[in-house]
Design a protein around this ligand. Structure first.
Ligand code: PLP
Length: 409
């Protein structure tokens, strides 16, 4: 049995799964009920009635008992036909996994990426910046035959800590007068960064439970538009379990066509009470404030932040690039073993070059100061030269910028 740390609380500072509030854990511990009984119907109607507020949509939100990867597959299989062309922008590892999935499903993804020069990561300049909407517009303008059926972008790239301006992508599609669907992965953005499914004209928003919603992994979402529903009626990729039509129909009475994830739905109900009770704007401001505090620490250390564009810093996580020659995974291992603190590893092209600090879920100022303290001790023990104290910087940031949420909950 692994028992490295018999006492104290583990610091789960990966960018999802995020720490789950006790209130949600308690709600989930209730007995599982009959998923065809009246009590369940009331629960189903509640969560289905409220979840749209989180996506800022009045259209259906489909909830799957699956991880986010399942919801990616659901999004593509519902609206695509074999051989369809899709324009997919590569901002990082998760964008590239979605591209890989599109290929496996028999689609023809056209990959777009920023190709400028990057001093710190010359092999991955596109993994330090958000989507360049003007590139999308230029490509769509050239697609006079309208072969491109969808534009796929990631709202918050969890592998890098970079967000993308989704409203700008919508504008780019409209400016080109192109009919492509807009499909957005907001698996880690939802509930942390503003997302406006209807106002931004998103056709399918994909999300998951284990990030901003503060739930364990296990349920995921497709928020859909009327246009996407229309397209799904004639789309020809095989779909059965993922098919929206049957689920949306049965959902009308609060049930699912199969056994839903009952206890995670108890948790979702509690999460909705917490998030909507506090108000999304307060929730977003909290994440922005935490992120600014963590960035103050990284800047004080004198280490580069993975996101090279300050206008698209993620409120969810911050990537920290290690000096040349330092193995980021060795630093993470030391921090885990010595301080019981889990950090996100560098994924794909970033393996060993950086680590990720999550600032989401059931956190507060002091848990984040503790995270920074653990990282600072680990960096020093690993022999990484630091310019200054990140702990002083984050404490100063939080002291100088009191929480807007004080007195609200
Ligand atoms: N997309 C993004 C942006 C993610 O962060 C993740 C998981 O971290 C996924 C997709 C895949 O989701 P899952 O691991 O729940 O299948």
């Amino acid at each position: 049995q692994l028992d490295f740390h018999p006492t104290g609380r583990h610091f789960l500072q990966i960018p999802g799964p995020s720490p789950v509030p006790d209130r949600i854990l308690r709600a989930m511990s209730l007995p599982t009920i009959d998923h065809r009984g009246p009590e369940f119907g009331a629960l189903g109607r509640k969560v289905l009635g409220e979840i749209g507020q989180i996506f800022k949509t009045r259209q259906p939100v489909v909830i799957y008992p699956a991880s986010g990867t399942g919801a990616w597959e659901a999004a593509l299989t519902n609206v695509m036909s074999p051989g369809d062309h899709v324009l997919m922008y590569e901002t990082g590892h998760f964008a590239s996994l979605w591209i890989k999935m599109a290929t496996r499903l028999g689609l023809q993804p056209e990959v777009m990426a920023y190709e400028g020069i990057d001093k710190h990561l010359p092999h991955a300049p596109s993994w330090r910046r958000g989507v360049q909407a003007d590139m999308i517009e230029a490509r769509l303008r050239k697609d006079t035959e309208r072969r491109i059926k969808a534009v796929c972008v990631v709202h918050n790239e969890t592998s890098t800590g970079v967000t993308s301006d989704i409203a700008a992508v919508r504008k780019a599609i409209d400016a080109a007068g192109h009919p492509a669907l807009l499909m957005v992965d907001s698996i880690s953005g939802l509930g942390c960064a503003n997302l406006e499914h209807d106002a931004w004209g998103i056709d399918v928003t994909v999300s998951g439970s284990q990030k901003g919603l503060m739930l364990p992994p296990g349920i995921s979402f497709n928020a859909v538009s009327q246009k996407a529903i229309e397209v799904s009626k004639t789309a020809r990729l095989p779909k059965a379990f993922w098919a929206w039509d049957e689920i949306i129909e049965v959902n009308k009475s609060g049930y699912w066509p199969y056994t839903p994830n009952t206890n995670l739905l108890y948790g979702l109900s509690e999460a909705l009470d917490m998030i909507l009770g506090q108000g999304l704007d307060v929730v977003f401001a909290r994440h922005q404030r935490w992120a600014a505090g963590v960035r103050a620490a990284v800047n004080a250390w004198g280490l580069p932040i993975q996101c090279a564009d300050a206008s698209v810093y993620s409120p969810v996580l911050t990537g920290v690039i290690m000096p040349e020659g330092v193995d980021a995974d060795a630093v993470r291992k030391l921090i885990y073993e010595r301080f019981d603190l889990s950090l996100g590893q560098g994924l794909g092209k970033l393996r060993g070059r950086m680590f990720r600090l999550g600032h989401l879920g059931d956190s507060n100022d002091l848990t984040l100061v503790a995270m920074v303290a653990g990282v600072e001790m680990g960096l020093k023990l690993s022999g990484v030269a630091l310019e200054g104290s990140g702990v002083e910087a984050i404490m100063g940031h939080f002291a100088d910028n009191p929480s807007q949420a004080v007195g609200q909950i």
